[in-house]
Design a protein around this ligand. Structure first.
Ligand code: HEM
Length: 383
């Protein structure tokens, strides 16, 4: 029988004396995981180790992605990174097997294509005007997505100032999103109760009307709004930037490929985390119970073994299907993003309504925070 090796057998990016990878994880996590992926490739394997205070294993191969995302009893969310961020620490995001799948079955229909189609006219009407002169696509997307989510969730009735105050800290660098904000959350919960009560008594066809009758439904509304806002904002901002830079792609039949390519190169959910509920053996290495197990849509989307010219923006590559489990901007398996169809509907709605644009100047370099987005600003103007 083959002898199992311990975590020390795994390749790792260079460490710093005294703190392992913690400093690089805090200051330049993309460079750190790219160095790790390179070390893994050079060793002939598909995972690498990080020393983050806890043992952590990161992988980006389709096989690793598939294993992590299809075994929710072993790769659990309790104790993962989401727990650290009060915005995300609740509802379905922190519910694990066996309760997770039935919970999602209750929520999925409201976020499915058929129900969303009924919301489309309303979200289209909520889209803010495109400014006449030069404008920052990132700031505009931020504002637009706030209005679109208010329309989709609450028929536009949520106090806009409070919604902005609630969501704005998510786009700030760490540790700002991790700070507890009990008073702000109380105000948001009171507004959710007010509107939820109105849905329960008078009905409605927005997302709150779907969530309010569920046990814990108002918490689901708060948590999913937090998961929705900067992910959708960042994807939209990148899409605007790319159609402004390469206007030949700014036609409705190419918008789906533009969005896919944006999400391949700049997946807002750049790193997904789980904890191991039991020991796992991976290619002869024993990864102990309690370890962090990470998958990275960012690394998978840029892996030269999986994509031709991975760093080039080439929407035409989407004429072919990607390899299975290589393209995961919305995760996969049972925990696949609840808002996948909502985000796509909103972004396609905006792209379809936008006039021709031109890029003026900007810094699209990816900046990893709670979600990954452009360093910005991304200044564009009407063509
Ligand atoms: C382009 C926009 C979006 C991207 C790239 C994105 C990405 C992701 C990813 C990668 C995951 C899986 C995380 C994991 O495996 O740990 C996820 C989960 C989730 N997303 Fe999204 N998301 C987006 C928009 C939204 C929207 C609009 C909503 C609003 C409903 C939303 C709500 C959620 C929720 C609630 C989960 C947790 C699902 C569960 O654990 O069962 N997301 N998202």
């Amino acid at each position: 029988m083959a002898v199992l090796r311990g975590l020390d057998a795994l390749p790792e990016p260079p460490t710093r004396p005294g703190n392992g990878h913690l400093q690089d994880w805090a200051l330049s996590p993309l460079a750190l995981i790219e160095a790790g992926a390179l070390a893994a490739r050079r060793s002939g394997g598909d995972v690498f180790r990080l020393r983050l205070g806890l043992p952590a294993v990161v992988g980006a191969s389709p096989a690793w992605n598939r294993r992590l995302l299809t075994d929710p009893g072993t790769f659990v969310s309790a104790g993962s990174f989401s727990r650290v961020v009060p915005y995300l620490a609740g509802g379905v995001i922190l519910t694990d097997a066996p309760g997770h799948a039935p919970r999602r079955q209750l929520m999925n229909p409201g976020f499915g294509r058929a129900h969303l189609a009924a919301l489309e006219a309303r979200t289209r009407a909520a889209l803010p005007a495109v400014p006449d002169g030069e404008f920052d696509a990132l700031a505009w997307a931020d504002h637009a997505v706030l209005r679109l989510l208010n329309a989709a969730y609450f028929g536009g009735e949520f106090d806009p100032g409070l919604l902005h105050a609630f969501l704005a800290p998510l786009r700030r660098p760490f540790p700002v999103p991790a700070w507890p904000r009990p008073l702000l959350f109380l105000r948001v919960d009171a507004e959710l109760r007010r509107l939820g009560h109105a849905r329960l008594t008078a009905g409605g066809d927005d997302l709150l009307a779907v969530l309010a009758p569920l046990p814990g439904g108002l918490v689901e509304a708060r948590v999913s709004l937090a998961a929705a806002h900067d992910t959708t904002t960042h994807a939209l901002a990148y899409a605007l930037w790319h159609v402004a830079r390469e206007p030949q792609w700014h036609v409705p039949e190419h918008h789906p490929a533009v969005l896919r390519e944006v999400l391949r190169l700049y997946p807002p959910g750049w790193m997904g985390s789980r904890r191991l509920a039991r020991d796992v053996t991976w290619n002869g290495v024993r990864v102990p119970r309690g370890a962090l197990a990470l998958y990275s849509p960012y690394l998978s989307g840029r892996d030269p073994a999986l994509w031709d010219a991975p760093l080039d923006f080439r929407p035409q590559r989407w004429a072919d299907r990607p390899p299975p489990w290589a393209y995961l901007p919305f995760g996969g398996g049972e925990r696949v993003c609840l808002g996948m169809h909502l985000a796509q509907m909103l972004i396609h709605g905006v792209l379809g309504a936008l006039p021709p644009l031109r890029a003026v100047r900007g810094d699209p370099a990816p900046l990893p925070g709670l979600t990954l987005g452009p360093r910005g600003p991304l200044v564009v103007r009407r063509a």
